[in-house]
Design a protein around this ligand. Structure first.
Ligand code: NAP
Length: 531
């Protein structure tokens, strides 16, 4: 939407195609109960227009899907964006004409567009993973997928519901559906670590403070790795005594996940520190979940905390204390098939009226590879990405002139505040096109060497991190046959003064330092602060 706004503003003739029936992207599709963003609403919104920042008021720290979709619709109306769109239209074949230096974009409606510049804003988490459980076509009840949830309300009253998947989506769905349905069985394969979101309404005084300083806060956010006004620590785990660490974790647990995530700087690089924090969270699960056997099943082991995408929840672990909720362990007792009236595991059959699949995405590359893309000299994207996605900056690829990706693989992508990252990417693309037009140049593309250099950097950052130690969509391991790697620009722990290692126990405690007086003003309010 921002690309449409900016490119149209350049006086280009522009057309956007969108598979959904309206604007909103992930928030158009993911209408499942409990869907909400776990980036703070004051961050997860446009920063390019102060008018838009001032006119829209978020109601909660973490906005719900309906509120975010309403925001997307409001922005589309406010900027009159819809006139540039064809909705319900899917790109199927994209090919570069070397002689004319033109891209042709074939669609499932039969219309073919010819364009000079092509912006792929297809998203890193937009291609639902197919449900790989046999028998789904025979199910006589209602089979729902989180990623393509129906627009009509679903009546769960008195129904026996099965939920497959315990990633971010499943963890949001379970508490809400459990409160509405007759009985819920959660089918869990890999347990996730999830932290309490502690969502709450935004108070008017806080909103007034944010709005008064919004442009400065956004500018600051652009200079953080996460692209957000949220706690970021420079404090290595072992730089402070154990007792104090415990106190900090207790406090952060009560204040909410964002504060917890921002407590220490080295959790994705120091395995020992990571394990200490993982153990703390495991202890919390044991405290919350009343049945010890269920608590044990819910307890993640064998991979570092935060190496899978951290989940934020509202009463997820508490949900398993409800009498109408059961946990089915898909590791000890795997799902074998979906039957006409339920799910058969290796040892039993569970009768169900509704099955919800929250089984994830073919992330980062799925949406682009679903289109048959051919670049210069007939180069195929599927071939360029045969061993995993490659790009320069996550924005362009050699052999694909004037094809720009927004939040593409090998950039920070879903590791960052997506809205701010999208804006930054679009601004870069606009500057490239201005440059080309200003100099009378017809096309640009990175050299293979610049792509190699960028990929070496992406790999150098990922290798020492703990990300590769978990099986997730970050590494591609959630999709059978997909090349493994970390095609995301990850973060290195901030350097320590004096060349000290984080495990040097004598390291003096880093002073908490306000980076900016405005951030200081907002400190300790709804987790919006910089530490
Ligand atoms: P996900 O994190 O990939 O989780 C998918 C879940 O389905 C996993 O628990 C997986 O188990 C399970 N699964 C898949 N196939 C299965 C099978 N055959 N049998 C049993 N279990 C199966 O997907 P997601 O929850 O949709 O989240 C994806 C990403 O979207 C998130 O990481 C996040 O970036 C984004 N998201 C964000 C929000 C938010 O902002 N609040 C909400 C939802 C999603 P295994 O791990 O064992 O494969």
């Amino acid at each position: 939407m921002y690309a449409v706004h900016r490119l149209r503003g350049m006086g280009l003739s522009l057309h956007a195609i969108e598979q959904g029936g309206d604007v909103g992207g992930t928030w158009y599709w993911n209408r499942y109960p409990g869907a909400r963003c776990d980036v703070m609403s004051i961050d997860y919104s446009y920063s390019f227009s102060n008018e838009i920042m001032q006119e829209w008021t978020w109601s909660e720290v973490f906005a719900t899907q309906p509120e975010i979709l309403a925001y997307a619709n409001w922005v589309a109306d406010r900027l009159d964006l819809r006139r540039s769109y064809s909705f319900d239209t899917c790109a199927t074949v994209i090919a570069y004409d070397d002689e004319r230096e033109i891209w042709s974009v074939g669609t499932d409606t039969g219309t073919v567009y010819e364009v000079k510049y092509l912006v792929m804003a297809t998203g890193p988490l937009s291609m639902p993973k197919a449900l790989d459980t046999p028998g789904s076509e025979r199910f006589g009840g209602l089979l729902l997928q989180a990623q393509t949830w129906p627009h009509e309300p679903v009546d769960f009253a008195g129904k026996r519901v099965g939920l497959i998947g315990t990633g971010s989506s499943g963890i949001q769905i379970a508490p809400v559906v459990a409160a509405q349905c007759g009985h819920l069985t959660v089918f869990q394969r890999t347990p996730s670590f999830t932290l309490p979101a502690r969502n709450q309404p935004l108070d008017p005084e806080f909103i007034a403070q944010i709005k008064a300083h919004y442009p400065h806060l956004r500018e600051m956010a652009k200079n953080t790795f996460t692209g957000g006004i949220r706690p970021v620590s420079t404090r290595p785990f072992f730089s402070i005594p154990a007792e104090e660490r415990r106190k900090l974790m207790d406090q952060a647990w009560e204040e909410g996940a964002l504060r917890f995530l921002g407590l220490f700087s080295d959790l994705l690089f120091d395995a020992e520190a990571n394990e200490c924090v993982a153990e703390y969270v495991r202890g919390k699960i044991a405290e919350i979940v009343e049945d010890p056997a269920t608590a044990e099943l819910l307890t993640p082991r064998g991979y570092p905390i935060f190496a899978r995408r951290p989940c934020l929840d509202t009463n997820y672990y508490e949900t398993f204390n409800r009498p109408n909720v059961a946990l089915s362990d898909c590791i000890g007792d795997p799902i074998e098939e979906i039957t006409p009236d339920g799910i058969r595991t290796r040892t039993r059959h569970i009768e169900l009226d509704i099955i919800i699949a929250a089984n994830g995405y073919d992330a980062l590359t799925g949406a682009m590879l679903a289109i048959n893309v051919t670049g210069r000299n007939g180069a195929r994207l599927s071939e360029h990405w045969r061993n995993g996605p490659r790009s320069h900056l996550g924005l362009m690829m050699p052999g694909f002139p004037n094809l720009f990706m927004v939040a593409g693989a090998n950039g920070p992508s879903a590791l960052a505040n997506f809205i701010l990252l999208n804006e930054q990417n679009v601004d870069w693309i606009v500057r490239c096109i201005e440059h080309l037009r200003g100099r009378g140049l017809s096309a640009m593309e990175p050299t293979p060497e610049s792509e190699d250099r960028w990929m070496a950097q992406v790999q150098a950052l990922a290798e020492p991190s703990l990300y590769p130690r978990a099986n997730t969509w970050y590494t591609g391991s959630n999709i059978e046959g997909k090349p493994r790697g970390i095609p995301l620009l990850s973060r290195r722990a901030p350097p320590l003064p004096g060349g000290m290692r984080s495990r040097d126990r004598g390291f003096p405690r880093l002073r908490v330092r306000e980076l900016n007086p405005i951030a200081a003003a907002c400190r300790f309010k709804h987790g919006a602060c910089l530490v």
